[in-house]
Design a protein around this ligand. Structure first.
Ligand SMILES: Cc1cc2nc3c(=O)[nH]c(=O)nc-3n(C[C@H](O)[C@H](O)[C@H](O)COP(=O)(O)OP(=O)(O)OC[C@H]3O[C@@H](n4cnc5c(N)ncnc54)[C@H](O)[C@@H]3O)c2cc1C
Length: 410
């Protein structure tokens, strides 16, 4: 329930995507006056990220919204992720239920959730609505930003109209890959862009009839694909694959998708595509997450290819850690350097876990299915035959999690 603001501090969050709304939820829950500005009139339901692993669940549980998110998700503690060849041969399974007797109390059931990220952002926006000191302003874009040692002044424009000022003690830029906040603090995303486009489509097709798990990684060279549930049982599935750069969505739908789906789908049943979008993929990160009183989180700070589900899980765990650190600084329980430390640790996690991990997943699915490399063959064999290895492969996702308590005393 809403708690009284304990400080006069005001935090402005740019962007009402899932990362911005997770930050807003944490700050609101801590009783801190929070304003979110979002340039869109609403969060559009386009097919973007949909898988959230254990580290995200831990923060949703702390906020008390885990059950609500479960209701709109595919949520099954016995969920199975599978590795297959494009032809459908099952190479290995990952069983989340193996974590049942795991000692780490931060491993929250059902361990993974699958739902469209716009729905997650909506649940968090509704949650913020319970707090009178929190305001979410849709159709308001950040168009300018300056700061001095004691405050930040943001220029915000409604529906492209005359800008007006919002003053805040701190700003969190969670405004995605094309972040304006990032530009105003002179940071750029360093790294590279892959020379291919990814297609994400929502498709109705009876995958479970063919024994497919909640998430499926299909090894197929240039014809790789990923398919997984996008929500509760009746929802369409998400199918993603790569195409050359420069095609229109119409070309993808008409000239590419029918042939590709024929090879990806495991049977002759009819299918229906309900949504389709294309996007470029990158491996990039800024040098500094914190510049003065402005911090970046999520796609505003880093981008990676989505295979393996590192993108949004990293963004959501940034949001948890950075907001919790900011709350301690605002309450005077930690010095400003503590926020810097949280930002530096999150930057290091992207550099050492999410960035290489997502590239490893991409290389795995993009290899020749008839000539799978020795390292990956060994990985599949160990998943099948070594329960301890299997468990450690599952708990590996916790490397993305930085509970703020872990930073204290470091
Ligand atoms: C088509 C597509 C498919 C994807 N699929 C996957 C996937 O399957 N798995 C995966 O892990 N990742 C995927 N990603 C990446 C994933 O969606 C991102 O990691 C995730 O969206 C990051 O969340 P965020 O809140 O940081 O940014 P966003 O979700 O981009 O939210 C940023 C918000 O800021 C708002 N905004 C932008 N500029 C301003 C401004 N100047 N003022 C105010 N508001 C502003 C935007 O309107 C937006 O609502 C996909 C991305 C795309 C584009």
């Amino acid at each position: 329930m809403a708690s009284k603001p304990e400080t006069r501090a005001h935090v402005l969050i740019i962007g009402a995507g899932p990362v911005g709304m997770m930050c807003a939820s944490k700050l609101s829950h801590a009783g801190i006056k929070t304003t979110v500005v979002e340039s869109d009139k609403f969060i559009p339901p386009i097919p973007k990220a949909l898988t959230y692993t254990a580290p995200v669940l831990a923060d949703l549980k702390k906020l008390g919204v885990l059950e609500e998110v479960q209701k709109i998700s595919f949520a099954d503690e016995h969920a199975i992720w599978q590795w297959r060849t494009l032809g459908g041969e099952l190479l290995a399974d990952m069983h989340w239920s193996l974590l049942e007797d795991h000692a780490d109390p931060r491993l929250v059931k059902p361990y993974t959730l699958q739902c469209g990220q716009h729905l997650l952002a909506e649940v968090l926006t509704e949650y913020c609505g319970r707090f009178p000191s929190t305001e979410v302003l849709f159709d308001h874009a950040l168009v300018g930003l300056t700061q001095d040692a004691s405050q930040v002044t943001a220029q915000v424009s409604r529906s492209g109209g005359e800008p007006f000022e919002i003053k805040a003690d701190w700003v969190i830029g969670a405004d995605g890959g094309k972040s304006a906040t990032r530009k105003f603090i002179d940071q750029s995303l360093e790294g590279f862009t892959w020379n291919e486009s990814f297609v994400a489509m929502n498709v109705h097709f009876p995958f479970p009839k063919y024994g497919w798990g909640a998430a499926n990684f299909l090894i197929g060279g240039k014809e790789w694909a990923v398919a997984g549930r996008s929500g509760p049982l009746t929802d369409p599935w998400r199918v993603a694959f790569g195409v050359e750069v420069g095609l229109t969505d119409e070309q993808v739908m008409k000239d590419i998708a029918p042939d590709r789906l024929k090879r990806i789908l495991p049977g002759p049943d009819p299918y229906e595509i309900v949504q389709c979008s294309q996007y470029r993929v990158h491996q990039r990160q800024v040098q500094q997450y914190k510049v003065g009183r402005v911090v970046l989180a999520g796609d505003a700070a880093h981008l990676n290819n989505p295979i393996g589900g590192f993108g949004l899980t990293t963004g959501m765990t940034d949001a948890g850690c950075i907001s919790d650190a900011l709350i301690l600084v605002i309450r005077g329980e930690a010095p400003e350097e503590f926020l810097q430390k949280a930002c530096d640790v999150r930057r290091e996690i992207f550099a050492t876990v999410s960035n290489p991990g997502s590239q490893k997943f991409k290389a795995m699915v993009q290899q020749d299915p008839d000539n799978i490399c020795a390292e990956d063959r060994e990985f599949f064999e160990k998943l099948k035959n070594d329960a301890e290895f299997h468990r450690s492969a599952l708990t590996g996702v916790m490397r993305l999690y930085t509970p703020v308590e872990d930073l204290m005393g470091k």
